[in-house]
Ligand binder design. Structure first.
Ligand SMILES: Cc1ncc(C[n+]2csc(CCOP(=O)(O)OP(=O)(O)O)c2C)c(N)n1
Length: 337
């Protein structure tokens, strides 16, 4: 296991001891399982050559994206990146829109110009990802500033990986958010590798969250494989933000359980490291805890899995039946009119 293993900041293994309600726990489960299944099907479609472009999945990051996004409300803003499928699902993005985007269809946020997770919606409060790492942070801090100026009490939650913390926007955004006491939450998804760069070649502090002190804001280190722990840490951060107490930096430690993209076999990851983290698969682990608590009977689980499979079948069909963009449509939004 990595030296960054944060088991000291996990929630108790028994769900009944965590204080989470059955309703919230089952909601976490449903979104995590949906996220995982949407991505598993995407991998199959990619291998069959039915998707266009590269495919980046978030397998191993579901507890972070779902656990955090579930603490947001209508009117809040989320700025997820390429590991943010769980955020998209929680904020109401439909699997059909995901597949249509991957298939570069017309009518999607990217309008067929790109086949990755560039999905945004003002009504759902989701910023469409900007590929340049770190570039999402200033607009997300801007949303938090707008909230403060207008007194809306909404919160902006942004995400980035361990690698992207080396970008200047990281510093500028956190400093500004701290100085102006903005309702901003930044979640570092520390999944050990930035493409092939291991964490020890990326940063030399013990934990990335230690940097919070330098900005004068609270920092929370959390087990990013534990959905309940992430949920509860984010609930505290969101409450602080809404009360006008300013930003929080959260480091959620997990492991990218696949390559950087589906074109990458992750051969550079030591086998024993991958095996150790695979035993902490966030979705499987959560199901085990739910079953142990008696909160997820086998029949209910099977029923839910079947309904997700049906939803995904219909979504793929829907996406494949949707039109490709017209040639003139592909130029729209590229140059100023
Ligand atoms: C400014 C910038 N540099 C490089 C890239 C290419 N790139 C895309 S994702 C990625 C790895 C990012 O690693 P990390 O931030 O740790 O996130 P992870 O993919 O591990 O979740 C790189 C190098 C980019 N998109 N933007």
């Amino acid at each position: 296991m990595s030296p960054l293993d944060p088991s000291a900041v996990s929630s108790p293994d028994r769900l009944t001891e965590t204080g989470i309600s059955i309703e919230d726990a089952l909601k976490l489960y449903r979104y995590m399982r949906l996220t995982r299944e949407v991505e598993k099907r995407a991998i199959n479609l990619y291998r069959q050559g039915r998707l266009l472009g590269a495919l980046y999945t978030a397998i191993g990051n579901e507890a972070v994206s779902v656990g955090s996004a579930m603490t947001l409300e209508d009117g809040d803003v989320a700025a997820p990146l390429h590991r943010g499928m769980g955020v998209q699902m929680v904020r109401g993005t439909k699997p059909a829109e995901v597949y249509a985007t991957y298939m570069a269809r017309s009518g999607t946020s990217a309008g067929g110009k790109d086949g990755s997770l560039h999905i945004g919606s003002t009504s759902r409060g989701v910023f469409s990802l900007i590929s340049h790492l770190g570039a999402m942070l200033p607009p997300a801090v801007g949303a938090a500033l707008a909230s403060k100026i207008t007194g809306r009490k909404s919160v902006a939650m942004a995400y980035l990986g361990d690698g992207a913390t080396s970008i200047g926007d990281f510093h500028e955004s956190l400093n500004f958010a701290a100085v102006r006491l903005l309702p901003f939450i930044l979640i570092i998804e520390n999944n050990q590798f930035a493409y092939s760069t291991p964490h020890e070649a990326q940063f030399s502090c013990q934990n990335l969250v230690d940097r919070a002190k330098g900005y004068g804001m609270p920092g929370e280190l959390v087990d990013g494989t534990d959905a309940v722990a992430v949920y509860q840490v984010c609930q505290r951060a969101v409450a602080r933000a809404r009360e006008g107490k300013g930003p929080t930096l959260i480091e959620a430690v997990t492991m990218r359980l696949r390559g950087h993209s589906e074109a990458d076999q992750a051969d550079y990851v030591p086998q024993e490291l991958m095996e150790a983290w695979s035993g902490k698969d966030p979705v499987d682990e959560f199901e085990r805890r739910l079953a142990e608590a008696g909160w997820l009977p086998e029949a209910t689980k099977a029923e839910y899995e079947a309904s997700v499979a049906r939803e995904i079948d219909a979504a793929v069909e829907d996406a494949e039946n949707s039109p490709m963009p017209l040639p003139e449509e592909t130029l729209r939004g590229v140059y100023a009119d």
